[in-house]
Design a protein. Structure first.
Lengths: 238, 238
DNA sequence: AGATTACATTTTGAATTCATAATTAAGTCA
DNA sequence: TGACTTAATTATGAATTCAAAATGTAATCT
């Protein structure tokens, strides 16, 4: 009776949700830069919608922490601040640790082999010093572990926080030394996962996140210093 | 130069945020019951606003998981399901553990004495078997530890998830046995906190949350069985 | 020139309006 | 009576409108 148990419900979507899901990547992938004003009118024209659903979408994105609403002045893409990084990464660390623990309990063998393939692929990218591919596969691995935990609330919470941290090209910062360390950590990750040692995987993932935090902070401090003179305008979050 | 460094900015609020913060407690404190339709028109009249800011508020509450929007059919207060409890509590456990660890590092002595007073007060309520006061003080203690962690992102994330779990009177379910166990756990909590043993406090808080999950699940299963015949309407999340 | 005011323009917040979808009520027929 | 249509009512989604606030520009004065 698969035909009955399958979800056949016709997917009906509201305009504002559609907008949220289209604008979010614009922010995460830095089409809209941190600190920029969100051009409400321009986006309305671009997506061919009126201001009502657009403003609803901006309110949701504000709740997610991706934009900041100033009453009577509009919406701005939030900046990634040092303080925010120092707050969010420990939370992400605790959540990734949990995802590792849960994954080891709930993951299927096929999923493990899939992650193993991603891991090997990432190692190829490392050998070629192909930073773009490395980062892409890296993200896929972490996401696969998260999904293997089979906990929707965990997935949602992690993704919301990750989105706030991810908007920027941290890749540019990865030093040769940090890169080598990260690779070593990933060797441990795949080993623990294949051994289904949840406790261990959790601890490694948390340490991995701590190291990433340092890497991001280094990049952030450098970027801020570089642009010190630029963003002196009033009303900005400098 | 305190006058300059202080934040004197006049707090300006938007209507939709005001509504979010007024409707949220209606849901968390079960003025609006899980499964109920959110009466958009009634709420608009009650708060004296038009539908636009009300609908913006509902979209934010939907993003928080407190209401569910069905396209063309309106908003419904989300139900607390067994599946959701089994997902959210482990996440809350990991986050409370983190809050314990961070609190032990960042808490001021004055805050510890404050929590000690709350703890003693809660023990009085326990001796009197005053469940209402016990629960109130209990929540204050957990909140105080969370705030002592001095991590806004952690606070926000925890509160959002707690809100989803808290809407209902779980208190009614607390068995004499579980109550005694919970009290014993709280003795450990205050002891670890005063010793500033973060690792230990984290572990206890996580176990405490695991036990609370079981308690809530017991209540939930009982409630669901009791009301089995009632909520058979279509479109409900039964 | 540089600061200050007055005015025009633009942007924003929120109410209103309008088309469409969903629900309810009434009517029809087996 | 009870299932099925069809029409009336209501609720919803989104565009439009309008007042208020913010911003930009020109004129004025020291």
């Amino acid at each position: 009776m698969d035909a009955m148990t399958d979800t056949n419900a016709i997917e009906r979507r509201s305009l504002h949700l559609e907008l949220v899901e289209r604008i979010r990547p614009l922010i995460v992938e830095s089409q809209l830069n941190p600190g920029d004003k969100v051009p409400e009118k321009v986006l309305c024209e671009r997506f061919g919608v009126s201001r009502t659903p657009m403003r609803e979408a901006l309110k949701v994105l504000a709740a997610e922490g991706l934009v900041r609403l100033e009453p009577n002045r509009g919406a701005w893409v939030t900046l990634v601040t040092v303080e925010e990084v120092e707050e969010v990464f420990p939370v992400l660390g605790a959540l990734e640790a949990l995802s590792g623990e849960l994954a080891c309990t709930n993951i299927a063998d096929a999923e493990i082999s899939h992650i193993r393939r991603l891991h090997d692929q990432m190692m190829d990218s490392y050998r070629d010093r192909n930073l773009v591919d490395y980062f892409k596969t890296n993200q896929e691995i972490h996401r696969a572990i998260l999904l293997a935990a089979k906990n929707q609330s965990l997935t949602n919470t992690c993704q919301a926080l990750s989105a706030r941290m991810q908007r920027a090209r941290y890749a540019a910062n990865l030093s040769e030394e940090r890169w080598a360390d990260a690779v070593a950590e990933h060797e441990q990750i795949i080993r623990s996962l294949e051994a289904r040692n949840g406790r261990e995987l959790g601890q490694i993932l948390r340490q991995h996140m701590k190291n990433k935090q340092e890497s991001v902070l280094k990049w952030l401090r450098k970027t801020n210093t570089d642009q010190e003179s630029e963003c002196a305008g009033p009303g900005q979050q400098c």
